[in-house]
Design a binder for this molecule. Sequence first.
Ligand SMILES: Nc1ncnc2c1ncn2[C@@H]1O[C@H](COP(=O)(O)OP(=O)(O)OP(=O)(O)O)[C@@H](O)[C@H]1O
Ligand SMILES: [Mg+2]
Length: 274
Amino acid sequence: MCPSRIVEPTRGRAAPGPATAAPAALEARGLTLRFGGHVAVREVSCALPRGSLTAIVGPNGAGKTSFFNLLSGQLRPTAGSIHLYGQDVTALSAAQRASLGIGRAFQLTTLFPALSVLDNVRLALERQRRRSWRLLSIAADDVPGIEQARHWLGRTRLLDREHEPAAQLSHGDQRKLEVAMLLAMRPRVFMFDEPTAGMSVDEVPVILELIQEIKDDPMNTVLLVEHKIQVVRSLADRILVLHNGELLAQGDPAEVMDSPLVREAYLGLAGARS
Ligand SMILES: Nc1ncnc2c1ncn2[C@@H]1O[C@H](COP(=O)(O)OP(=O)(O)OP(=O)(O)O)[C@@H](O)[C@H]1O
Ligand SMILES: [Mg+2]
């Protein structure tokens, strides 16, 4: 699951695995995204093994968020395909992919600012039950729903804020609330785009602890875009390095980040090849 050597990526189709191997949780095959004449993602092929945490790293503008958006369905690829547990989901919308188990956090737009912290999680539970955010309602006497929502607030250390409107939470607590809502929807693949961005120093450890807890469940597969290399080194089983839209390298975090090719391209270190 955790390759110990750097695997230089091949363009186009991913190399087929053994016939008996279970399909990866999520797989990209030859993914390409063009914005007019600009290629943001170029023929990227990679697979996220089940139960692993993969971090995507690369300099600003490398294509990390674009690649992320292709996997979650916010953007459609110009070429290539996306496979969730072996099923081709390329033609499916973000909502359809969410119903199949792709859970994406950190779009603060998913919060309902005027509602209480508790009711936000209750709505997420209802969303999971009905598979749509449209026309949701929650009954005041739904005791099991309330207990379930409180369970997720306990997991995310927000139980003492349950009656406050989401809008009153700090940025860090709003992100924790998003994780609570995400957990309530029981995805199989968790996606986090720069989860610690904009957080104060004392808010960061709790989010990392939560991601670690999600990772510790072998049923979960996690994909993380992260700039902070120490976060990547502590959490990731594998990393993907994107550079100018291309997959430069993938494999064990320490080995990949220490490779001269990556150090030169990503960190711009003089003499990295020597
Ligand atoms: N909607 C868009 N229209 C045109 N070009 C875009 C669009 N979104 C991204 N790009 C371009 O695609 C390239 C990749 O952008 P992307 O946001 O994916 O990079 P990133 O690796 O996430 O960067 P950062 O680390 O700054 O978040 C950049 O050159 C960017 O300017
Ligand atoms: Mg980005």
